[in-house]
Design a protein around this ligand. Structure first.
Ligand code: GLN
Length: 506
């Protein structure tokens, strides 16, 4: 397996590992005091879990990697944190990310960039002299903490790929569950209709173990999937897959996910993995998801529009940073206090998204940007529904989108499989403004992850084995490559099971 080799350790050694390694990785932004162990029978007793700094914890600050919230301590734990603590987990610390989750490289952070801790097995170059690569974003701290063996698992968020991209760059497993399965209560919003809490770990079974604790309806989160929808999805799954085995699995390969920008160091191992699945009996079905090329633009319009509205709460009054007006100013001019606070508190990328999103929502631009993007979102969803063997239980239970096809195709596929990213981890220049190419380059990194986000589908990335990764085929051939498995809404179990098949062929 690609990735730093880690054996399960007891809690003190996780903490030791953080102390030993984090000065060169910069994954952790705060650490907790060790808590006494709970009863023996707790499912995650003493398991060390790191939590993205956008998820509220009452014992450590939750900064969202922003100067705006640098010293903010939440009065409560997010539901996901409470569930983990109740299961006996030790929340060892909070981990770095792009500011408010906006980014793909974890360079837009008030805490500085995260360094990818991956070490090629054959490398004899000392750590300090090695090329520094990005851990990916926005949940770079979560991926790096897992990859460096500083925790057993980490919570991330995923709005358009922020779990899958960093997991893929760092060589760990990352799950973005179906939208609404995991509670977002206490998770700082970026774009509510897309935001999901994700799980990262060294392997699928650890990912599943943590996911199972978090997969519960939460009355505090109005977007939490209802018990009825969950029940419906699991009975559909039970009917469709009475016994899931590789030999009766139909895997769709969407050709739009193999764009010309895909690097050879990614393509070679993904092809090898598909071949290996086929030789073990899986049926490989070429499919087309024609709206894919429009998904990235739609994502950036919709996520920025929602972000512009979510960011409005940081006004220097309610909580977070407050920058007072200079002495002698007109103190009744609250607009200029807001402007001063927001100019200092938000980084350049967040300011850009607020401007883009606000523009997309103006009366002049609304029809051409926001509404068009919503239409594309519906088309992306339809594309997926057309290829899957099981129906979309959410579309059939709501009448809100009349164009959405809800009929399942018995000839359809069980899951889709495609590369998680178009390249391996990009080199990390320590100056964020000097990051590879321009801003568009970093947006393009999400091209393969945003469609599942727009459609709210479960997506899992699994690292491919080192000798599948085209080692020696040029620079970077040894850096991790991830392959993604995407399933119908609510079929997270199936996606995880296919992830295990991938580990078996690995
Ligand atoms: N990279 C994407 C963005 O910048 C996705 C971020 C995310 O999933 N939080 O918006």
């Amino acid at each position: 397996r690609v990735g730093v080799n880690v054996t399960r350790r007891w809690i003190s050694s996780w903490r030791h590992s953080i102390r030993e390694k984090d000065s060169s990785v910069n994954a952790f932004v705060s650490t907790s005091q060790p808590a006494p162990s709970g009863p023996q029978n707790l499912p995650l007793r003493d398991v060390a879990i790191a939590v993205k700094d956008m998820i509220c914890t009452s014992d450590m600050p939750t900064s969202s990697s922003s100067a705006m919230l640098k010293d903010f301590i939440s009065p409560f734990d997010a539901t996901v944190v409470a569930l983990l603590r109740n299961a006996g987990a030790d929340i060892v610390g909070k981990v770095n990310c792009d500011e408010f989750g906006m980014g793909s490289l974890n360079t837009h952070s008030v805490h500085g960039p995260v360094v990818n801790p991956f070490q090629p097995a054959s490398s004899s170059i000392p750590w300090a002299e090695r090329e520094k690569r990005s851990a990916g974003g926005s949940s770079g701290g979560s991926a790096a903490a897992v990859a460096a063996g500083m925790c057993y698992a980490a919570l991330s968020t995923d709005t358009g790929g922020s779990t899958r991209l960093p997991a893929s760059y760092c060589g760990v497993v990352g799950l973005k569950p179906s939208y609404g399965l995991i509670s977002r209560w206490g998770v700082i919003s970026f774009a509510d209709s897309l935001d999901c809490v994700g799980v990262m770990a060294q392997d699928v079974s650890a990912t599943k173990r943590v996911f199972n604790i978090l997969n519960a309806h939460d009355t505090k989160d109005p977007t939490s999937a209802s018990p009825a929808a969950r029940q419906l999805a699991s009975s559909e799954a039970a009917r469709a897959w009475p016994a899931l085995a590789l030999k009766n699995l139909r895997i769709g390969i969407p050709h739009e996910y193999f764009p010309s920008e895909l690097s050879a160091e990614v393509l070679t191992p993904v092809r090898a993995a598909i071949q290996a699945l086929k030789s073990r009996g899986a049926t490989i079905v070429p499919v087309s998801l024609p709206s894919t090329p429009y998904a990235l633009s739609a994502y950036y319009v919709l996520s920025s529009a929602e972000a512009s509205s979510n960011m409005a709460r940081y006004d220097g009054v309610q909580y977070g940073l407050h920058v007072p007006l200079p002495p002698g100013s007109d103190l009744t001019n609250s607009a200029s206090m807001y402007a001063r606070t927001r100019s200092v508190g938000f980084g350049a990328e967040v300011q850009k998204r607020i401007l883009l999103g606000t523009y997309a929502l103006t009366a002049d631009a609304f029809d051409n940007y926001f509404l068009q993007a919503q239409r594309i979102r519906a088309l992306v969803r339809e594309d997926f529904n057309r290829v899957f063997r099981v129906r979309d239980v959410l579309a059939s239970s709501s009448s809100s989108s009349p164009n959405t096809s809800t009929d399942a195709d018995p000839e359809g596929v069980d899951v889709l499989l495609h590369p998680s990213a178009i390249r391996t981890a990009p080199p990390l220049e320590l100056d964020p403004d000097a990051m590879p190419g321009d801003a568009l380059q970093s947006y393009v990194q999400d091209v393969l992850t945003v469609p599942a986000s727009l459609a709210g589908l479960p997506a899992l990335t699994v690292p491919l084995r080192n000798d599948l990764t085209g080692k020696g085929e040029g620079e970077g051939g040894e850096w991790p490559v991830g392959v993604s498995v995407v399933g119908q809404w609510g079929c997270d179990e199936v996606v995880l099971r296919v992830g295990e098949f991938l580990e078996e062929i690995n």
